[in-house]
Design a binder for this molecule. Structure first.
Ligand SMILES: NC(=O)c1ccc[n+]([C@@H]2O[C@H](COP(=O)([O-])OP(=O)(O)OC[C@H]3O[C@@H](n4cnc5c(N)ncnc54)[C@H](O)[C@@H]3O)[C@@H](O)[C@H]2O)c1
Length: 371
């Protein structure tokens, strides 16, 4: 059976779904691997490296493929040569994709979306949302350190003492905790806040101070946060204002699944920050945690610069690809029986990921709910 790896076509997407180091594992499992020419170029992975690992490198890997791997969903042109009954695994955001879903249903393509891997312990090694959020959190911290024209660590020198940077991180899920850990390693003094009760202990375990506000916590289903009411949002902003004002660098990562990112910081709050301070908003693509943020741009608010993240994991394409490819490999192994790609749709993980199969859009999955 052939696994094909697509070259990503979406603007700004530098990741690739398979790295040469993992080709051998797929071959040992019984697959032939065909990689589209230059698929790894954005992540500095050469065609020669894939060939040396035992993959076929070709311009046209799709026509005999049983399974196609990609980061972003394949476009209609790549789907066209796929044999009916073939499968794809990629991220597959459902919003704005009714045409794609109908095409896949009609072509009897099986579609698996990596963002629907359930967050249960058996699926941790397949959780690409977490692996990519971890990359984004690291990158966010590095961007903040680079933009801030100050030392992160306390520096005691013969010429005097330079105080450490003060960093505040709002939202302490996977990305936020990684941002906290990275800023701590760079020596900054870090404070973190999250609406979930469990987050305070996690923030402290990273060596940061947990900001505790006199507000009820907001736990939702599956370990995620719940959406704030407008009253609570307003109160939270008031209580956070002094922490934001005292920060040299503010990193925001707050999200609620399926909703616009919560507005945590207004322009008025940003204007209270010291001149030269920086804001990194990793939730910019979901509407932003900070008023006025623009995904993919740096906006000036008074004398504060506001950086809006756009496909942040792709800004570190080599490690992001490696981690995503390992998540995919673990998914493929779960779907492999006796050297054949044979996904068991009764398996809890596989059924949650399945969007289309055998001419149907699945009920009970997120895809079913959205169609
Ligand atoms: N396999 C697993 O079991 C697994 C894997 C990954 C994450 N998780 C858990 O899932 C949870 C969230 O993970 P995520 O990073 O994907 O979340 P996410 O990307 O949906 O949100 C990021 C963070 O923003 C926080 N947030 C939401 N609204 C906020 C607000 N108004 N103010 C401040 N913070 C706000 C959330 O609580 C979350 O911690 C965590 O508990 C994490 O430990 C579990």
């Amino acid at each position: 059976m052939r696994i094909a790896v697509a070259r990503e076509l979406a603007p700004g997407e530098a990741r690739v779904a398979l790295v040469p180091d993992l080709v051998g594992k797929l071959r040992t499992a019984g697959y032939e691997v065909a990689v589209q020419t230059a698929a790894g170029a954005g992540a500095s992975l050469t065609d020669a490296a894939y060939e040396a690992a035992g993959a076929l490198v070709t311009d046209h890997p799709f026509d005999q493929a049983d399974l196609v791997l990609s980061v972003q969903p394949l476009d209609a042109e790549c789907l066209a040569p796929l044999p009916s009954g073939a499968a794809t695994i990629s991220f597959f955001p459902l919003a704005g994709r009714p045409g794609d879903i109908a095409l896949r249903r009609d072509r009897k393509i099986t579609t698996f979306g990596m963002e629907y891997v359930p967050r249960i312990s058996r699926a941790q090694s397949m959780d690409a949302l977490s692996s990519q959020a971890m990359v984004a959190g690291y990158r966010g911290a590095i961007v903040a350190a680079e933009m801030l024209g100050q030392f992160f660590p306390l520096s005691m020198t013969a010429a005097g003492t330079v105080p450490p940077a003060q960093v505040v991180v709002l939202g302490a899920g996977v990305a936020g905790l990684q941002a906290i850990a990275t800023c701590r390693r760079l020596g900054a003094v870090v404070k973190g806040y999250d609406v979930r009760a469990a987050a305070a202990e996690e923030i402290r375990s990273m060596g940061a101070q947990a900001i505790e506000l006199p507000l009820p916590t907001l736990e939702g289903a599956g370990g995620y946060a719940r959406e704030m009411t407008e009253d609570r949002a307003q109160r939270q902003r008031e209580l956070l204002a002094s922490y934001v004002a005292a920060a040299d660098a503010l990193i925001t990562t707050a999200a609620v699944p399926g909703r616009r990112a919560p507005l945590l910081v207004t322009t008025e709050m940003v204007l209270q920050m010291a001149p030269g301070s920086v804001v990194v908003d990793l939730a910019a693509e979901a509407g932003g945690n900070v008023e006025g943020v623009v995904a993919g741009s740096v906006v000036r608010v008074g004398s504060v610069r506001l950086w809006g993240g756009a496909n942040v994991p792709s800004q570190m394409p080599a490690p992001a690809s490696r981690l995503y490819a390992q998540n995919l490999l673990n998914v493929i192994m779960l779907m492999t029986r006796d050297g054949r790609f044979a996904p068991d749709l009764d398996d809890e993980i596989i059924s949650a990921m399945c969007i289309t199969h055998d001419g149907q859009v699945f009920d009970g999955t997120r895809a079913g709910a959205a169609s």
